[in-house]
Design a binder for this molecule. Structure first.
Ligand code: R5P
Length: 293
């Protein structure tokens, strides 16, 4: 039996102060459950509403691609500068120190290598293992217009259902086939399908024309994928344009880990994403930080 409340202090019920109703800062997420919102708040900074996610999951179909040959040596040191980390369970378990408390967005699809048809993916992680590894979100590719479009969409709806069961958000990545047109019309279609079918976050590519229509017509947060390595100022300009046109941050890989100075680059991107630094200002910061790398 608990002890009786014997305090002589007058009880305070503050009857005249209504209890605060906490709104939620992320687009389309107000109706989600507490655990899901809490995980999203670890990925997206509640102050800026944005994230800088570092994507290093490329090995799941590409093997040891340039910059990711030795993740322990080249990438683990820059992890503290990211808001969230996207990777496979294999790299997480073997290479990332469990003392690192950054939110993990776990790659949960796989199957074909770069030698085969990439859209022929299946779910490749049991939700129990994702929970065991304390992930903040789960993720997979969705191949709209691809050869195995329906399979990849159904992979996503299954992952969304598993995530909803345990309060774990799903990030859908719009994967574009080699010969497909990458324009706003395509990305509006792909992103909207992912959100309509339940994804809580969508990752997609930037397009120079009408990217704002892609973010506007998607009812959940969009994070911009980086794509092929380009010059640092170009990558910073693309990230700036994406967030100014409604992206809730970036999920970049090669433009960070293949940069001459990855630590400087991720810090410059972070300032640009969270503090709206102009691309030229972020580039200046990159050059300054690069001197010490
Ligand atoms: C590729 O399929 C992976 O999902 C990557 O995470 C994604 O492409 C982002 O990396 P990058 O910025 O290098 O394109």
């Amino acid at each position: 039996m608990p002890e009786a409340d014997s305090s002589k202090k007058k009880k305070q019920y503050y009857e005249d102060i209504p209890m605060e109703r906490h709104g939620f800062f992320l687009k389309g997420s107000s109706a989600l459950d507490w655990g899901m919102k809490n995980r999203l708040s670890r990925i997206f900074n509640p102050e800026s509403g944005r994230t800088v996610m570092l994507a290093i999951d490329h090995g799941y179909f590409q093997g040891p691609t340039t910059g990711l040959e030795r993740i322990d040596l080249s990438v683990v040191p820059i992890m503290p500068y990211a808001d969230a980390l996207m990777m496979t369970r294999g790299i997480l378990r073997t290479t990332v120190p469990p003392s690192l408390t950054k939110p993990i967005v776990m790659r949960c699809s796989g199957g074909p290598s770069i030698l085969k048809e990439l859209s022929n993916e299946e779910l490749a992680v049991d939700i129990e293992d994702a929970i065991r590894m304390n992930v903040a979100a789960i993720t997979l590719q969705v191949f709209i217009g691809g050869e195995y479009e329906t399979r990849s969409v159904h992979n996503m709806t299954k992952l969304v259902d598993m995530g909803l069961r345990y309060g774990i958000p799903t990030m859908a990545v719009t994967a574009v086939g080699k010969d497909m047109v990458r324009d706003a019309k395509y990305f509006r279609l792909a992103c909207r399908i992912c959100a309509e079918l339940g994804a809580q976050i969508v990752k997609t590519y930037y397009v120079p024309e009408d990217f704002g229509t892609v973010t506007a017509s998607c009812p959940v947060p969009i994070v911009m994928a980086g794509g092929k390595k380009m010059a640092e100022l170009d990558a910073l300009t693309m990230a700036y344009n994406a967030v100014q046109q409604g992206a809730a941050g970036v999920d970049m890989g090669r433009n960070i880990f293949q940069s001459d100075a990855p630590k400087a680059m991720i810090q410059a991107i972070s300032k640009l994403v969270h503090e709206n630094l102009k691309p030229e200002e972020a580039y200046e910061l990159y050059q300054e930080l690069k001197k010490h790398e």
